[in-house]
Design a protein around this ligand. Structure first.
Ligand code: PLP
Length: 493
């Protein structure tokens, strides 16, 4: 097991080296050299708890980590940062299975990977005797930023900077980030959208001169975005975990196939599901759910990826993305790992803003289906699910559920289906509440939260309650082409 670049220009790395690098110097993404097949071991997995299952899966990929190293990473994440028995609960709502991935410290599914990834990185730095500090640069559409800040805060020899679109995140997301504590954290608002922030960060990674300057000051750059393989691998675990739980609860028989519906932005979450399928997890369809920024829906329907359109700001901001970075890893698989084909597609994307895949590649997309939900549909979905089942979902999960209903309507597919629930409704309280009742124009976030709790009779998560009394520490806003200046100011170099 080693890690290679999708674009084919780099030497192969060990897992710890790939985690340190984050993104390949040729602009590509690291991918594992193979997908270990676990079909024969599936029945042994039913009895495992989350950490044990994570050990089983990650051990196959992180082959240069010792058992002790991996175990210590798992203890510091899933054992410490989640309530016992509440890491990835699966809830049966009228035979729809909601996989709640938002019980971590920052209330979104990003915690599933970002509680462990800092420990994987720290271990990797130590293993490779790196005599440098690592500066993590993270572009965020709202949730990655906070989860990464929490995960990396106060970790020795690591500093973390987060860039978010000033006008593209919810007020709770913004407050969560701007109140971030820790002696190694810095949060910057960007005048631009998420793609501007992500492109800005990519440009910094590709700027050799700037990298050399940082190097001479003792820093190397890495990424906490899902372009880092250390983010992606831990996400494979909960696909297995939900499957084994459905077996345990008697909802399916072992080896039955199931579907997953995944609300998708950067294509990291659903790609982990695809990797699980490549490893032999019995998955029928992966249903890619988009919001109004439906580039991926178009891609799966036509084989054409076209980012030449205007980004819309929706009520599911964590999916307001036009360039889904991780799709490159899927393209790599469906072109039979032929970097030449892949580079042609990526060059077309960079130069013309679109590409079309070949018919052979289209055939290989048969694991996927896609649907999308508009802002209005998200609203009615939240309302309907709450009023019919007394179950409160957030805007992103509502995109997934609405997409699933459309899929079912079209296909009559009755395969048992897991709806991947990616955020707590309290992270997007204004839009959630707005779906349940006609609201006056109220901008007091904490009043909204209280009302939401009162009318739905649900508990306000502790980490939201305490936000109210926290100081805003990070107030800086930069222009989108000024990221380097903000970095120099933070590091004082
Ligand atoms: C990040 C995020 C998504 C999208 O996940 P990707 O891995 O970027 O596709 C969906 N919902 C929420 C709440 C998120 O934070």
């Amino acid at each position: 097991m080693f890690y290679l670049s999708t674009r084919g220009f780099e030497e192969n790395l060990t897992s710890s080296q790939a985690i340190i690098k984050g993104i390949c110097p040729d602009g590509g993404l690291y991918v594992p050299s193979e997908f270990p097949n676990i079909s024969n071991e599936l029945s042994n997995l039913i009895a495992l708890d989350y950490s044990q299952l994570a050990f089983f899966i990650l051990n196959k990929f992180l082959v240069d980590f010792t058992n002790d190293e991996l175990n210590s990473c798992l203890v510091n994440s899933y054992e410490c940062k989640f309530k016992k028995g509440c890491i990835a609960p699966i809830v049966n709502i009228n035979e729809n299975f909601f996989l709640e991935l938002y019980h971590g410290p920052t209330l979104a599914f990003k915690d599933m990977a970002l509680t462990i990834m800092p420990h994987l990185l720290k271990t990797s730095i130590d293993k490779n005797n790196l005599n440098k500090k690592v500066l993590i640069l993270t572009a965020t559409s709202g949730d990655t930023g906070k989860a990464a800040l929490e995960g990396f805060k106060n970790i020795n020899n690591v500093k973390i900077m987060v860039f978010f679109p000033e006008k593209g995140v919810s007020s709770i997301q913004k407050l969560q980030m701007r109140t971030q504590e820790g002696n190694n954290t810095y949060v910057v608002g960007i005048n631009g959208n998420f793609d501007d922030a992500q492109n800005g960060v990519k440009d910094v990674f590709n700027d050799n001169e700037f990298n050399q300057k940082l190097n001479s000051k003792g820093y190397i750059l890495s990424s906490a975005n899902s372009i880092n393989i250390g983010r992606l691998l831990p996400q494979i675990v909960y696909y297995f975990y939900s499957y084994t739980n459905l077996v345990k609860q008697g909802n399916i028989n072992i080896f039955d196939k199931i579907n997953f519906v995944v609300p998708t932005g950067n294509f990291g979450n659903i790609l982990a599901g695809y990797y699980a399928k490549m490893m032999g997890l019995p998955i029928n369809k992966l249903i890619c759910a988009s919001n109004d920024n439906n580039v991926l829906y178009d891609f799966f329907s036509t084989g054409i990826y076209n980012k030449n359109r205007k980004l819309k700001l929706t009520t599911s901001p964590s999916m307001d993305i036009l360039i889904s970075s991780n799709l490159e890893r899927l393209l790599f698989e469906i072109c039979n790992r032929d970097s030449k084909t892949l580079n042609t597609l990526i060059n077309n994307l960079n130069n013309k803003g679109y590409y079309e895949i070949s018919d052979d590649m289209k055939v290989k997309l048969d694991s996927f289906q896609s649907e999308y939900a508009s802002i209005e549909e998200v609203k009615t979905t939240i309302n309907k699910v709450f009023n019919n089942y007394n179950y409160l979902i957030d805007t992103h999960t509502a995109v997934a559920y609405c997409a699933y209903e459309k899929y079912k309507e079209k296909t009559n597919d009755n395969t048992k289906t897991v709806i991947v629930s990616t955020a707590s409704p309290y992270k997007f309280s204004k839009d959630v509440l707005n779906s349940l009742l006609e609201m006056d124009d109220n901008d007091n976030e904490f009043e909204i939260i209280k009302t939401l709790s009162n009318i739905t009779n649900t508990e306000i998560p502790e980490s939201i309650k305490i936000l109210k009394d926290k100081n805003v520490i990070h107030k800086d806003v930069y222009e989108k082409n000024n990221l380097k200046v903000s970095i120099e100011n933070f590091l004082k170099v």
